[in-house]
Design a protein around this ligand. Structure first.
Ligand code: NAP
Length: 499
């Protein structure tokens, strides 16, 4: 509590946080530790915390960053069971953090935020909610923080006839564990980070598996294995070992950024690794061709897995590269006229990543609508603040996603930045902080200049960009660069509104 305890509680802001995934949890812990808020509430539409790690329960769900780097720096977990932690273990870690830091009493479960309006005269956000699906009493907070991130609204593609499908179907982020898969004919639409994790789990259980691939991906080996008992004992007993290991993973991942900007040496080396991986498991030249991407490595999410290609090589698995034309009650029909009879269809089709806070209606100064401001693609200052929307902070917001390192690192930078802003509000007795429009514009001009040099810009389509090609999701540099930019707020970047 100490840091802000000198400022009377009445002068410290009340904070409302939307969501209780890694972002909301991290900020809540920081608020608990620093006392920078007089009170804080996490508004969570679900019935437990965990965000994407609560929702994605598909078989094989695991983190694609090594376990020791996928936890908070202030709460290093030392007893990970595997090099690449499975989803239940990550969710248990989040529960542990919430319990240890006393966060649960601050969470309002079953509470969905539908909109928020900034009342400039009072300097407060008025937040509209649904409680268990019904309109609830408006919530008032001095500061509103979005912790909804980029990967929480599953996309169901508009494939003609999907609704007429009489078999079972569901999205990978809403896995229906009651649907029987064993011995049935299963189709999977998509082959992204989620699909390549669950396909190897399904392949040995089902009668037949058809994977509808639109674009192949670059896939390098993961090298997953359990940690031995002696390794785990060593991590627990030797002070600093887990931290050193974490730092080494982070530093190695940081190098991977070179691939995102097309550095010839690192890109060629990664491509070679991916192609060797492909050739080691897939013998059929036709299939190899179908699985070889034609876009720059790193241009879409660089995937890692050991078992995806071996699964594709099985006799009961088929990669379908002809596009889906339409779906009939029992079949998927591809544009080459082939009919694919299926009992179950699984959509590994990703998330609505470009609309960020939508469908929440967020209204800032003078009735400005965030949806309108962002109609040509979301943008913010440092991914954290938007001009005209005072005392609104975003975590894992526009242009803060990575293709190479830990999002938790970015989230911690953002939580620390927000805490500093809250302290500024209290100490100066301000009504609000609002990032200057010219600062946000200049920041985005430089950001997009840097992004234009990346593999993402040279890749026609990905979830990192809008239909018009604006990269709204990714940060343009290393995590070190982001840390440097966010370690201390530049107060000149903000209008300070006195009470
Ligand atoms: P994704 O990467 O967006 O993949 C969606 C897949 O569905 C792509 O193969 C896409 O093809 C395909 N698709 C979409 N619409 C389609 C349509 N109408 N017809 C045919 N194919 C269609 O989604 P995701 O696999 O769920 O992964 C999303 C992100 O979540 C990842 O990139 C990663 O950042 C994160 N994630 C992380 C982990 C982790 O370990 N930490 C695990 C899973 C996911 P195109 O490529 O042609 O668009």
């Amino acid at each position: 509590m100490a840091a802000s305890a000198t400022v009377p509680a009445g002068q410290r802001p009340r904070v409302a946080i939307i969501g209780s995934g890694f972002s909301g949890l991290c900020l809540a812990i920081r608020l608990q530790q620093t006392g920078a808020a007089s009170s804080f509430t996490l508004l969570e539409k679900g019935d437990r915390l965990g965000g994407t790690w609560r929702d994605n329960t598909y078989p094989g769900a695991a983190c694609d960053l090594m376990s020791f780097a996928y936890c908070f720096s202030f709460e290093q977990k030392t007893d990970w069971t595997r090099k690449w932690s499975p989803q239940p273990e990550i969710l248990a870690y989040m529960d542990h953090c919430a319990e240890k830091y006393g966060i649960l009493p601050h969470v309002r479960f079953g509470t969905e935020v539908t909109g928020a309006r900034f009342d400039a005269a009072a300097g407060v956000w008025r937040i509209q909610i649904l409680v268990d699906g019904k309109p609830g009493r408006e919530i008032e907070a001095d500061v509103l923080v979005s912790g909804v991130g980029q990967l929480h609204r599953p996309v169901v593609p508009k494939i003609p006839g999907l609704d007429s499908f009489e078999g079972d179907w569901f999205h990978s982020a809403e896995w229906d564990h009651d649907v029987l898969l064993a011995g049935r004919r299963v189709g999977v639409v998509g082959n992204g980070a989620s699909a390549i994790q669950f396909i190897p789990e399904l392949a040995p259980r089902v009668e037949a598996l058809e994977i509808f691939q639109r674009t192949p991906n670059w896939i390098t080996p993961r090298g997953d294995r359990p940690y031995s008992d002696s390794e785990r004992r060593r991590f627990a007993r030797v002070p600093g070992l887990a931290r050193l290991y974490r730092w080494l993973i982070w530093a190695r991942q940081e190098l991977l950024f070179s691939v995102m900007v097309g550095n010839r040496f690192f890109s060629e080396r990664s491509k070679q690794l991916a192609l060797e991986n492909l050739h080691a498991h897939i013998r059929d030249p036709e299939l190899r061709r179908a699985l070889t991407p034609d876009y720059p490595i790193g241009g879409k999410r660089l995937l890692i897995h050991d078992d995806y290609y071996p699964a594709l090589a099985r006799d009961n698995v088929e990669l379908v590269t002809s596009a889906i034309d339409h779906i009939e009650p029992r079949e998927v029909v591809t544009v080459d006229g082939r009919r694919h009879p299926l009992d179950v269809l699984i959509l590994g089709t990703g998330f609505d990543t470009n609309s960020f806070l939508a469908p929440m209606a967020i209204e800032g100064l003078a009735g400005r609508s965030l949806e309108q401001e962002w109609k040509t693609g979301a943008e913010a200052y440092l991914g954290l603040a938007v001009s005209g929307f005072p005392n609104l902070f975003l975590m894992y917001g526009p242009n803060t996603n990575l293709g190479h390192n830990s999002i938790i690192f970015m989230i911690e930078c953002q939580a620390n930045y927000i805490v500093k802003c809250l302290k500024r509000l209290s100490r100066r007795g301000l009504r609000y902080l609002d990032v200057r429009e010219d600062v946000q514009r200049d920041f985005n001009r430089d950001l997009h200049r840097a992004l234009a040099r990346t593999a993402w810009a040279k890749t026609p389509k990905s979830w990192y960009k809008t239909e018009d090609g604006k990269i709204t999701n990714n940060w343009s540099g290393t995590t070190t660069a982001y840390w440097w930019r966010t370690r201390r707020p530049d107060w000149d970047a903000f209008h300070h509104q006195a009470r």
